[in-house]
Ligand binder design. Structure first.
Ligand SMILES: C=C(O[C@@H]1C=C(C(=O)O)C=C[C@H]1O)C(=O)O
Length: 295
């Protein structure tokens, strides 16, 4: 038991508390947590005014850099018997809902790769107050985000190394939606909502995290050799593109690598580079090898 969770007039050496006393302790803690959540919402009220004065409010109040940082710190300080999955999901609901009360938004999700994992991811990361709008296909999601004020779109990040439809080409144009985050913020092998998901929104230049950069590449002369030439540090999804020997690539580059390293390797393997466009960026993956707390 931590000091803050102890009754004000007790120490660890006191006689054991009765069930009624322990329950009244739980009631005291629940009331304090609720009070703190209400205080948090008052801060958000003032934060909305500050963002408005600074002109930093945009279509969406979602700030992926800030959220990735908060989730990393949460995981690092977590101790005790409460499972990390539970702590993470509670904070995801708190943060996503407070974002929603700043500026209402919906989450559009592409269910074409399988409904259950995508729905689990959306609910785990955004809770039940934020509206969930299902789509059958990535392009429907991107169109809905493009036509909204500040909605978010969820697209499977790497369902497989190949895709039938190069949906990411719809993110190429200036002003088109961009990838702004990758979920879960904190990865682990047994994550309860572990489907890797890209979050797309209107471009958020000032608030974007630039650790992992994501590019759309159009290539001619695509071949198995070109595929093998792509450096191992790059995460790549390949789809057929227009011309017979054309391919559209979605390439994610970890910190410290440039897209030239990939285009150079492709050119050496005989492929022609038709176009390169940055289609977003997100925080580097924070991987927890062993969850900090397990029952
Ligand atoms: C509060 C903010 O807005 C959003 C809500 C957050 C929260 O409730 O903690 C954190 C980041 C943002 O997505 C902020 O920009 O700091």
């Amino acid at each position: 038991m931590t000091q803050s969770a102890m009754p004000q007039n007790a120490t660890q050496n006191d006689a054991p508390l009765s069930l009624a006393d322990l329950r009244s302790e739980i009631d005291r803690i629940d009331a304090a947590m609720h009070q703190l959540l209400m205080e948090r919402s008052e801060i958000i009220d003032r934060l909305v005014q500050v963002k408005h004065t600074q002109g930093t409010e945009g279509g969406s109040a979602f700030r992926p850099a800030r959220e990735a940082d908060m989730m990393r710190r949460l995981v690092e300080r977590h101790r005790g018997l409460l499972p990390l999955d539970t702590v993470e999901s509670i904070w995801r609901v708190i943060i996503a809902t407070f974002t929603y009360v700043q500026a209402p938004y919906s989450v559009h999700a592409d269910l074409s790769g399988g409904e259950a994992p995508m729905r689990d991811s959306a609910r785990f990361h955004f809770g039940f107050t934020v509206p969930f709008l299902p789509h059958m296909g990535a392009r429907g999601v991107i169109d809905a985000v493009a036509g909204s004020r500040g909605d978010l779109g969820l697209l499977a990040a790497a369902p497989s190394p190949s895709a039938a439809d190069p949906w990411w080409t719809a993110l190429e144009a200036e002003g088109a939606p961009k990838i702004i985050a990758r979920l879960p913020f904190v990865e682990r092998d047994d994550h309860p909502a572990g489907l890797p998901v890209f979050v797309v929104s209107h471009p958020i230049a000032d608030a974007a995290v630039r650790e992992v950069r994501v590019y759309s590449l159009r290539v001619t002369g695509w071949s198995a050799a070109a595929g093998r030439a792509i450096p191992a540090f790059a995460e790549v999804v390949v789809a057929p593109d227009e011309a017979l020997d054309g391919a559209a690539l979605l390439v994610s580059l970890p910190p410290g690598h440039a897209v030239d390293e990939v285009t150079g390797a492709l050119a050496e393997a005989g492929a022609g580079i038709r176009a390169v466009a940055e289609v977003g960026s997100h925080a580097a993956t924070h991987k927890v090898v062993r969850p900090a707390a397990r029952p």
